[in-house]
Design a protein around this ligand. Sequence first.
Ligand SMILES: [Fe+2]
Ligand SMILES: [Fe+2]
Length: 245
Amino acid sequence: MPNQLSRCFPLPKIRQAEQFTLADSANGKRIEQWINLYAQDVNNWEPSEQHALAHLIPLLLCGEQSAQLVFNQEINRLFLQNEKDNEVMIKSLLEVEADEFRHDQALQTVLKQLPNIEGKRHIQRQAKRFYAKLGRGDGRCQHFIKIATLDSCVTQLMHEFEHSLLGPKHPFALLCGLIKKDEAKHVYVAKHYAQALGATTAMFKQDQRSVSDLLHQLLATQAEHFDFLGVDLNKIFNTLEEKWQ
Ligand SMILES: [Fe+2]
Ligand SMILES: [Fe+2]
């Protein structure tokens, strides 16, 4: 039976800014090629790797789906303001949304072929709770500070998968390398957007610690599977903390 998992967050339905054409994304093309080349071969990966990834991908997917919604809402809001000045920002937010959609597609295609594991809905529920809580009660500025922080964490996490025990040529390591490039760009976009909304260095410092602590707690629920693949969560979060000091 294929590994089916309902979405953590629905696909955005309202698309206000459809008339904007986006420049071709070279990295996006690479991810699409990755899906065509590798995504159907997941059954050939080592069973132990499949087992570990079946526990970890639901955590990653939830973040991709939550990000699509957040960026979509912001794009719609800016679009409805109908101000010429917003166009550049709308385009960069649209690019991020499109990247997240591709990450979502690639990870979903992989997950569908991984074995069904006990407790996957529980893993998904924990992730969903984390992402839903993240944006609750914040102003937009603070929300984007948190997104920039979160994407810094994801960039680091993808780097560790890329250099994990899977080996540098493993298809999943290659995919993580591609996602990493996009996420590093998202950090830049979200950070600048937060700054445009009034974020200060002190505000960033305040949220970085709390967001990364919470994400660490969420990921640590699957620590044994990260460990199995040689992805060291403590190293990731210590590196981030040093960077932010
Ligand atoms: Fe992403
Ligand atoms: Fe992102």
